[in-house]
Design a protein around this ligand. Structure first.
Ligand code: DWN
Length: 415
């Protein structure tokens, strides 16, 4: 079920160097119907040292196993739906055209965007005869069904690549705006995907892509964002190489405070990257990542969390997790924290509740079940740390009852 790469996914260099090995890990979103180990696969980060410097997984897991029935729902975070909807509104072309979200998930963002458009929020900006066709493209059947049937969003259910782009363009037309956020990192054949973007994009169109930044991942010790779904860990250097070799150019890079540190790339067919891109590439060259330091700091974090949870158990203080995120599975497995130390994890996603974290056996319960005497915690560890404030705000009742919410570093999360 896995294939080891022999060459860089961007520049095809065969000079690859392993930089971080998490060992055999279960699929991060592979929640189980009963407590178990689940299928485990090697999880090794490797770096291209012969060309573009791209950081990527050494092994590829078959994509259909991970994405055809997908448990992550964008709608679970109001903040993220608003974030991506605002991105579309800020980049909407005055004259209208075809707007496409690649990786449209459950359609929550496009539903909100269409609503705003038809509520007239852009009327003062748009040309009078504006007209938009809004489409989502996503490979997950369960999510496409939700987008189409519950949210009335037009969706094209398939993995995006060069062929999908050709079929879409002949059926719908080229796009004046393409949004593709937290998707590129999941893509196996990067060059086919980007060639597809070039085919789909109208000559005067704009692509806006958000991807987590590998430098910020290391800086924030976000090792738990390393999992089999995330094949690539981009830098400005590797993004510029990938897009430029497919005749697309980066006009702007803007940092975003989401998902632990993300960069937003604005990309067009207009030849030539902006100077700010070269400034960032230069900084990356001058400040290479120290993977040994990263490893040491993650190991320290593991010891600290194990110590805190062991102390709580000794002192009879009940601890629960919050957010059965993909990153939760990675952290619990890599830190070897099973349901003896942490019995349950609460999560608002209905189709995650009642399932179990693979490898560490925690039961996923609803946030409401945290209130039950059997589960009522003294401390809640928010493993979905990128949503910590949104979660604490939502769970103010527990806070008022004296429950302490902490990050995985056991630092308190204040409202
Ligand atoms: O790249 C990806 C990122 C963008 O989203 C995907 N491969 C998969 C997914 O990663 P993740 O599962 O780590 O995403 P989140 O958004 O950090 O997951 C948050 C989890 O927490 C979800 O299962 C929903 C849950 N949640 C909740 O229970 N209450 C989230 C919020 C905001 C809440 O209020």
């Amino acid at each position: 079920m896995t294939q080891e790469i022999m060459e860089c996914r961007i520049c095809s260099s065969r000079e690859l160097e392993d930089v971080f090995d998490l060992g055999e890990q279960p699929l991060a979103n592979g929640l189980l119907a009963s407590p178990g180990i689940g299928e485990k696969y090697p999880l090794v980060l490797t770096k291209c040292i012969g060309g573009c410097g791209h950081v990527q997984l050494k092994h590829t897991v078959e994509p259909t196993a991970m994405f055809e029935d997908y448990h992550f729902h964008t709608a679970s975070s109001e903040r993220m739906v608003n974030h991506f909807c605002q991105l579309l509104l800020d980049n909407t072309p005055k004259s209208g055209g075809v707007v496409v979200e690649i990786g449209s998930n459950d359609g929550a963002v496009l539903q909100r965007y269409k609503q705003k458009l038809f509520d007239g929020v852009l009327d003062n900006y748009l040309d009078p005869e504006w007209d938009f066709a809004v489409w989502g493209i996503d490979p997950s059947e369960n999510l496409c069904n939700e987008a189409a049937n519950s949210r009335n969003v037009d969706v094209w259910c398939d993995f995006f690549n060069e062929n999908t782009a050709k079929e879409f363009v002949s059926a719908v037309g080229q796009a004046s705006l393409i949004m593709c956020c937290n998707v590129l990192g999941h893509v196996h054949d990067l060059n086919s995907f980007v060639q597809g973007l070039a085919l789909l994009l109208a000559d005067d169109g704009k692509i806006v892509i958000e991807v987590p930044d590998v430098y910020q991942m290391v800086e924030h010790l976000a090792f738990d964002t390393i999992y089999h779904e995330h094949i690539s860990y981009f830098s400005a250097t590797s993004m510029a190489r990938l897009f430029n070799q497919n005749c697309l150019y980066i006009q702007e890079i803007t940092p975003q405070d989401v998902h632990g540190g993300t960069l937003r790339y604005t990309i067009t067919k207009r030849v030539g990257n902006s100077n700010s891109v070269y400034d960032r590439i230069n900084t990356e060259y001058l400040m290479p990542i120290n993977w040994e330091t990263f490893k040491t700091k993650v190991a320290t974090q593991k010891a600290q969390l194990q110590f805190h949870l062991t102390q709580c158990k000794k002192e009879g203080r009940k601890v629960a997790g919050y957010g059965a995120a993909a990153k939760t599975t990675v952290r619990l497995n890599y830190f070897e924290i099973d349901n003896n130390l942490l019995p349950v994890v609460a999560d608002c996603t209905k189709d995650k509740q009642g399932l179990f974290i693979p490898g560490t056996f925690q039961l996923v319960i609803s946030p409401e079940e945290l209130q039950l005497p059997a589960n009522f915690p003294h401390i809640v560890v928010i493993f979905a740390w990128n949503h910590a404030k949104e979660i604490v705000k939502k769970e103010h009742t527990l806070v008022e009852k004296g429950v302490i919410f902490v990050t995985p570093d056991f630092l308190p999360v204040l409202q």
